[in-house]
Design a protein around this ligand. Structure first.
Ligand code: 6PG
Length: 244
């Protein structure tokens, strides 16, 4: 489903309402809800909205378990840490218990160790057998102006990962190694929600949604939940080039 909003405020309000709906349904069905949060800057407004007066009492947050779709290999108090952004905009205001938060342990020695540790904690949490993909109730994603999502960047090794859930991914153009969930676990989710806003995303959004399949150049095209719902929530400026 692609929904276009004439302003970002309406986009985030819809996203918050959908988040609440999915959380409530997950709690009803399984007694908990599991969400992998997106990083970057876009989702911050959603997290602040969820932790604000209008939505905070709509969910039994004690039944929510928070993971991260990706992370930078930086200390958790670094300005570019996705954990830090979520901690300040969501966890602290909601007073989320530490046991409900599963962050990438970037204090470990190497990116590979961090990813292996995260994978084993996810597998243990979902008590899924190795090789069987853990199924999140909701995965939030953003998209970069190069078509990447999470830290699955164009022409990087992680795009081809078909067995691991969490990997270290060398991103040459950023001259760094990022940490990311992989397509198999993204596509095993019950719900996946992209949040995309801003004119700088318009050209790539048209290619991703309406252009030829280019899985290596446009990684976001590979997000297709096998048995789940996919939501593209975009604002007018990002949707400007879409044929409507
Ligand atoms: C990250 C994100 C990344 C992000 C896009 C869009 O760690 O940066 O996971 O995939 O969603 O780069 O970022 P903005 O929301 O800042 O445009």
């Amino acid at each position: 489903m692609i929904k276009i909003f004439d302003d970002a405020g309406k986009l985030f309000k819809f996203a918050a309402e959908k988040f609440v709906e999915i959380a409530a349904e997950s709690i009803r069905a399984r007694g908990q809800f599991t969400v992998a949060l997106a990083g970057g800057s876009t989702p911050k407004s959603l997290y602040q909205l969820l932790a604000g007066d209008v939505f905070r009492n709509e969910i039994d947050w004690t039944k929510g378990f928070f993971f991260f779709g990706d992370e930078r290999n930086v200390p958790l108090d670094a300005d570019d840490s996705n954990f830090k952004m979520a901690n300040e905009s969501l966890f602290k205001p909601l007073e989320t218990a530490e046991k409900n938060i599963f962050r990438w342990r970037t204090e470990l020695e190497t990116a590979e160790e961090i990813a292996a540790d995260y994978e084993s904690r996810i597998v243990d949490f979902f008590a899924s057998k190795r090789g069987e993909f853990s199924r999140f109730d909701l995965i939030l994603l953003g998209m970069g102006d190069d078509g990447h999502t999470a830290s699955l960047f164009p022409a990087t090794r992680a795009l081809n990962e078909s067995s691991k859930i969490a990997v270290a991914n060398a991103v040459e153009k950023l001259e760094t190694t990022r940490l990311t969930l992989t397509f198999p676990v993204l596509n095993a989710a019950r719900n996946v929600m992209f949040l995309v806003k801003g004119a700088d995303k318009a050209a790539v959004l048209k290619k991703v949604l309406e252009g030829a399949p280019l899985p290596q150049q446009l990684p976001s095209q590979n997000v297709k939940p096998a048995d789940g719902d996919l939501f593209w929530l975009v604002d007018d400026t990002a949707a400007a080039l879409l044929s409507r």
